[in-house]
Design a protein around this ligand. Structure first.
Ligand SMILES: Cc1ncc(COP(=O)(O)O)c(C=O)c1O
Length: 380
């Protein structure tokens, strides 16, 4: 099956009882056993549920992986991956990651004996230098949230493999429609399904995909033991969203490039970062690794913080909101919203300035998005 077909059909068979083309929502906590020790493959929804199983199979298929495990949020998926490590283990992590991931690593997991070193993974040699004898994972985002740094996954896998270190990639910004990290040598792929995969701002969810049977067994054990699992209804909504992923990503990417070019040519805009612009420092890596560049853009205005705030308060079509990757265009101020819990000194060291604006370009008519931005830029 080609990718677009997988989005619509993978893992889905007509309901054996009724022939329903859309898989039913098995909104049931428990399943009646036929006799002691004999069930029909399900016993309790925390461990497994038919709707979740369908979604996990579909997500593994679109990622080109063997196994999928769904969690109740992107954060719980990240947490599940990290919980496979032991106290004293060292993790090399991208220096620019979603603020919630920074918060989990720096304020919770570091208190539980995990040791993190942050490097700009878009320079693979810095990853090589950071590896220690006790390094047990490389965690990276590509493209990163919010600075859209792009890392050459193959280069990192080549560094990690001789040491036997698994490479985990949070590819939420790209989705499997544009980037499939397992094909470039990654061992684990994670997504916040809250974003593009479900695509409609209706659910919070996460997924981990891998080809490794042993690692998948650990994910299953975590689902069962910790219970951070998505509801059957949320799984069903995600399955519905997934069907249009390929189409949506085409529009997000086409409009993303148009909006990025518009911003880059605007006199009031100081800097635009978008992996599909020739000015992006890793444009050639992005072009090789990704089939298009998604709808995520970050930019700064000539007028700095004040101008950025004015712009975000002036837009009318673009929604001033925390999330990304949905059909609606959303505008975000990372310093006070998604990355507010990252200490200011750390934000500044990363290059995440108070003037940075993040835009998630939706699938509305691009002319309406451009008009809204033009109008708001006139006001600053
Ligand atoms: C790149 C990235 N990873 C992980 C997450 C966490 O996902 P969730 O909000 O579904 O917990 C987010 C949320 O914005 C994100 O942008």
């Amino acid at each position: 099956m080609k990718f677009d077909t997988k989005c619509v059909r993978a893992g889905i068979t007509p309901d054996p009882t009724t022939g329903a083309i859309v898989p039913p929502i098995y909104q049931s906590a428990t399943f009646v056993l036929e006799e002691v020790g004999k069930d029909k493959g399900f016993d309790y929804t925390r461990s497994s549920n038919p709707t979740r199983q369908t979604l996990e199979a579909a997500l593994a298929a679109v990622e080109g992986g063997k196994h999928g495990a769904c969690f109740s949020s992107g954060m719980s998926a990240v947490d599940a991956v990290l919980r496979t490590l032991e106290v004293g283990d060292h993790i090399v992590c991208s220096d620019d990651v979603y603020g919630g991931v920074s918060r989990l690593f720096n304020t919770i997991l570091s208190r539980h004996g995990f040791d993190f070193t942050y490097v700009d993974t878009s320079y693979p040699e810095r990853v090589a230098e950071a590896i220690r004898p006790n390094t047990k994972m490389i965690w990276m985002e590509t493209p990163t949230n919010p600075l859209l740094k792009v890392t050459d996954i193959r280069a990192i896998a080549d560094i990690a493999q001789p040491h036997g270190i698994p490479v985990a990639v949070d590819a939420t910004f790209a989705t499997p429609a544009l980037l499939r990290p397992l094909e470039w040598g990654a061992d684990i792929v994670m997504h916040s399904t809250t974003k593009y995969l479900s695509g409609h701002n209706q659910i919070i969810g996460g997924v981990v995909v891998t080809n490794d049977d042993e690692f998948q067994a650990k994910m299953r054990y975590q689902q069962k033991s910790i219970g951070a699992i998505p509801s059957p209804f949320d799984c069903w909504l995600t399955l519905t969203g997934l069907k249009t992923l390929a189409l949506r990503m085409e529009r997000h990417s086409a409009s993303g490039l148009t909006v990025a070019r518009f911003l880059e040519s605007h006199s009031k805009v100081a800097k635009v970062t978008y992996p599909g612009l020739e000015s992006h420092p890793r444009y050639s890596v992005a072009k090789q690794q990704m089939s298009a560049f998604s709808g995520m853009i970050s930019f700064e205005l000539e007028g700095g913080v004040q101008a950025g705030r004015k712009l975000m308060n002036s837009v009318q079509l673009c929604a001033l909101a925390e999330s990304l990757g949905a059909v609606e265009t959303m505008i975000t101020h990372p310093a006070t919203m998604t990355h507010a819990d990252v200490p200011a000194a750390e934000r500044n060291a990363r290059g995440l300035t108070d003037g940075l604006v993040r835009l998630s370009v939706g699938i509305e008519d691009v002319n309406d998005i451009l008009s809204d931005l033009k109008m708001a830029l006139e006001s600053v």
